[in-house]
Design a protein around this ligand. Sequence first.
Ligand code: ADP
Ligand code: MG
Ligand code: MG
Length: 250
Amino acid sequence: MLKITDLHAGIEDKEILKGINLEVNAGEVHAIMGPNGSGKSTLSAVIAGKEEFEVTKGSVELNGEDLDEVSPEERAHKGVFLSFQYPVEIPGVSVTNFIKTAINESRKARGLEEMPANKMLKLIREKSELLDIDRRFLSRSLNEGFSGGEKKRNEIFQMAMLEPKLAILDETDSGLDIDALRIVANGVNKLKSKDNAVIVITHYQRLLEYIVPDFVHVLHNGKIVKSGGKELALELEEKGYDWLKNEAVV
Ligand code: ADP
Ligand code: MG
Ligand code: MG
């Protein structure tokens, strides 16, 4: 599904990603870990196509298509979902209305008709039940006064509704209490299927107590310095990141 080859990217004159190779197939959950400043958020932004970063070498392919010339919006329409690091507040627009609009905009961009209202309602009911989201939450104003956990709930609800092929969850280092972690983990575990893939980016090993990844990659100084199975996360928990800084790059 996703194939990243020798990816170099940066901002202005600064190279941040220094040769990333990564393959993610449908049905897989990958965790990307690494110390602060190693380039995790940059990698997620580059996959999503954020334009402030410049790809200087290598490629990102989605189902065989090189994404170089593909805008962030088009990537989203192709099924790439990036969790919102800095969610906006929209007073007066409910969680439900926001997602209805997002879904219909996306359908329009793909030349599809609006989703019929009854189908939309059914989808909302299905997904909110799956994720244990109550009705009162759905009618609240988007992000207005949301706690950390509620922001995560909204994000996971958006992901569930949009049914992405590739979901990238960049769990930033701040404000993730245990409730928020559980919401994210529960969402990922319930939404994963053989047809989609998830990349969970985290500084914390703790998240991986709740999500069991198929693969774990450690990013350091813009490169993946180690890849392994879920046991690698446990090893990191025990030893921290320092021992990896001198690992040979494969
Ligand atoms: P992580 O998510 O692993 O903490 P980031 O991708 O946020 O790492 O950052 C990697 C490096 O790139 C850091 O040195 C950071 O200062 C730098 N960086 C990230 N975004 C920008 C930016 N917009 N402008 C300049 N430098 C940036
Ligand atoms: Mg950071
Ligand atoms: Mg980050």
